[in-house]
Design a protein around this ligand. Structure first.
Ligand SMILES: NC(=O)c1ccc[n+]([C@@H]2O[C@H](COP(=O)([O-])OP(=O)(O)OC[C@H]3O[C@@H](n4cnc5c(N)ncnc54)[C@H](OP(=O)(O)O)[C@@H]3O)[C@@H](O)[C@H]2O)c1
Length: 384
């Protein structure tokens, strides 16, 4: 029996994780949950899974939730302290980190320092402070397990062996997003509603916009470099519109292994939680006869510059990936609230990167400072 804490239990990943756990009550027990404000769903989750501790973003949400579940024995906290309590809940063996964005960094690090295994969905954590995360995980001897389908695919192809002694390179697959065929001249007219229509995956808003700009793939390139100790030159991205091959690994002798499956995060989430075991999922089998073709094409970097920015940030190292991430988070928010155009997202990120003077990340404060500076710079650029 594994005891699980979930950070971001009301999001797309959190909900799918709980659905998987529900199917395997003999293998998992939910001990703690955190979200920001969706107390309707949290109430249902508390009644279904009986966690000992739950946290929300504000005291107002906590008061409202307490009132709703006053007949249930559950401890309810709020704010940073509340989320940290969920991340470090004493009973938990493994923490699923699925809070979107930079807000996931401190609780994820706290969970690692508390000796918990981590099923990592929040890729922004690795992008902001991959070196610190990896060194803390090594120092504590905990397992850091990928949830992102691409990284789970690589992990599975490597047979759980992160060192990859015979590894030549990895190939991250990308659906290409909703604008794979759209002419660049019309990008300025893209609406948030159009960008939120992902062709193959159902996901939260931020990652869906990241998928439309291909920044999601860029964040995954940086995440892969930390997870699997790879140089930027060992990570390639290829467009694969069907999203059946979740990623591939090429070994030094030329052999390529791919992991395939239906497009459902249930599988990589459950694999991270059950590792090293595998458990059954209710997913439909992949019907290869029904697939007319698996196709591949190169990335068009001219139309999708964000991927290139991520490679540059990875190459530059230090605080650059944290700046890339923060500028992107702010720009995506601005786009979602109709304050900038789709191409402005890339333009603002480029501006933040150009204006940054990199520093080595030797403490979490350095990463958080770089994050703050980039956010301020993007907002200031908006008013000039
Ligand atoms: N969705 C996917 O298929 C997928 C695949 C791979 C990786 N990921 C990664 O997984 C992470 C989550 O993605 P998602 O699609 O599940 O996002 P989402 O649907 O937007 O859910 C985000 C979750 O985080 C919670 N949250 C946000 N800010 C918080 C804060 N300050 N404190 C506590 N909780 C907070 C939200 O709570 P409320 O609901 O109360 O706002 C919600 O539970 C992202 O980093 C994403 O890149 C997602």
């Amino acid at each position: 029996m594994k005891r699980v804490s979930i950070l971001g239990s009301t999001g797309t990943i959190g909900v799918r994780a709980l659905a998987m756990i529900d199917l395997h009550r003999d293998s998992f027990e939910v001990v703690a949950l955190a979200a920001r404000e969706n107390i309707d769903l949290l109430e249902q989750q508390i009644r279904r899974f009986s966690p000992r501790v739950v946290a929300v973003g504000t005291s107002k949400a906590a008061t409202a939730l307490k009132e709703r579940v006053k007949d249930v024995p559950v401890e309810i906290g709020w704010g940073d302290e509340g989320v940290l309590g969920v991340a470090t809940a004493s009973e938990a063996d493994i923490v699923l980190t699925a809070i979107v964005g930079a807000a996931g960094l401190l609780p994820s690090l706290a969970a690692i320092k508390a000796g918990k295994d981590i099923a990592l969905a929040t890729k922004e954590v690795m992008v902001m402070a991959g070196e610190l995360v990896i060194s803390e995980a090594k120092a504590r001897g905990i397992r850091l397990l990928p949830v992102d389908s691409e990284h789970s695919a690589i992990f599975q192809c490597l047979g759980g062996n992160n060192s990859g002694a015979y590894l030549k390179r990895v190939l991250l697959t990308s659906s290409g997003g909703p604008f794979r065929r759209r002419p660049k001249e019309s990008f300025a007219a893209i609406t948030p509603q159009e960008a939120l229509q992902h062709p193959t995956w159902v996901m939260g808003k931020k990652i869906t916009i990241d998928s439309a700009t291909l920044m999601n793939k860029g964040l995954e390139v940086i995440e892969a470099s930390w997870f699997f100790s790879l140089t930027p030159q060992q990570i390639d991205v290829i467009i694969h519109p069907q999203s059946i091959i979740h990623s591939m690994v090429e070994f030094m002798d030329g052999a390529i292994l791919a992991q395939m499956g239906v497009t459902d995060m249930g599988l990589p989430i459950l694999y991270a939680l059950s590792y090293p075991d595998r458990l059954q999922t209710p997913l439909p089998p992949l019907d290869l006869n029904a697939l007319s073709a698996l196709t591949f094409e190169p990335v068009d970097h001219e139309r999708f510059p964000c991927l290139g920015f991520a490679y540059q940030a990875l190459q530059a190292g230090g605080t650059y990936p944290a700046v890339l991430n923060a500028a992107n988070e702010v720009a995506v928010d601005l786009f979602l609230s109709d304050r900038i155009t789709f191409p402005d997202i890339a333009a603002l990120i480029a501006k933040a990167m150009d204006n940054h003077r990199g520093r080595k990340i030797d403490s979490i404060e350095v990463a958080l400072d770089a994050d703050r500076e980039a956010r301020e710079l993007v907002l200031a650029a908006l008013h000039t």
